[in-house]
Design a protein around this ligand. Sequence first.
Ligand code: PA5
Length: 446
Amino acid sequence: MAVTFETRYLTDFVRDHELQAMQAQVTAAHEMLHAGSGLGNDFLGWLTLPTDYDKEEFARIQAAAERIKNDTDVFIVIGIGGSYLGARAVIEFLKSPLYNNLKKDTPDVYFAGKSISASELSELLSLCEGRRVSVNVISKSGTTTEPAIAFRVFREYLENTVGVEEARRRIYVTTDKAKGTLKGLADREGYETFVVPDDVGGRFSVLTAVGLLPIAVAGCDIAALMAGAAKAQNALCETDLTKNDCYKYAAMRNILLRKGRAVELMVSYEPRYAMMSEWWKQLYGESEGKDGKGLFPASVIFSTDLHSLGQFVQDGSDILAETVVVIDESPVTMTIKEDAENVDGLNFLAGRTMAQINQKAFEGTILAHTDGGTPNMVLHVPSVCEEELGYLVYFFEKACAISGYMLGVNPFNQPGVEEYKKNMFALLGKPGYEDQKAVLEQRLGK
Ligand code: PA5
């Protein structure tokens, strides 16, 4: 079994020949990607990563995770963007969004350095009190402000609570193999380090140490995750659109964009998928949103958001295309019981599982939304397990690359992310930004 793409609910919106007409562009995108001749071709390490990864480092990640499981109650993972989202998404999908609150024999995993919020940071510090803490700071550049601030705080916390020597044992650094402030600090202090490969961008890095160490600490089987991704790497090479669901998804979203859809709304009926959608939003938003182009990636959890955004999706302006991720096999079976009095009138559901009811919610909604004029794509994920998730991660990464090349952008850079950073540094008085500071302050009326 593997992830499959269903187009049944697109028939009123996209005709067969429109998909066929995309074949030449898909083939060109595939060839560019596999020949390494397209834009951003120095960031293609993710393409073969599931089979071509550093096995020695992988074993060190597994060993470190075992050590952390034994000597740690709270594992603080510090990072932002691509250095944060993948790990959290995988842990919440495979374990639970309530992972930290559930009974388990693995450490709590909390994420820091993903905002500049003093309250978030101080709350995390208070959660650590009286507990055994280890820290994994993750930054490819080693200079990103948010994680740098959080690491300064947690490093000081560890040194003050367990001493400098023990802190050194409890700090794990994931960064560039040779350069950057963080690498320099790690070398100086003797922290155990893991590498973000040069040719893998942040948002494509979940299957490197960036994602794998926190995921392994949470008790997920990272070998199975990689095996699922390797299966996708082998399966998703066929150029024929009709035989490659990954390329079909890439082509369909491009067709829908060209037909005037502005937003791709990722939908799931499982709350455990919410952070996967956040990961997907970064992957597609940063890869395609440039040069005035791209579908805006947004997400909802149904049926929760049917009670808030459902009205807009059903009947609002015609800007949306939905992509529904259906998890075919629910990880938990819960059956509605018969009630002798039936005061709530729910006996018509007695004997049915929650998964069956959720399925009917999906079926009823997709028919209503397509009737309302919103095209719907469907991705089926067979079950909640490492193999299927590894496959899905690779599926989305490859579809993103193909889709970005079809769109005519460089899917592997993120020049727009730098703009706010430059302004922020200037306004904070970072050395080297003096000229911009004066100009910006004048615009702000200061
Ligand atoms: O995808 C990206 O490149 C970004 O989201 C980065 O991951 C993010 O800005 C964090 O960068 P770094 O890992 O260098 O701290």
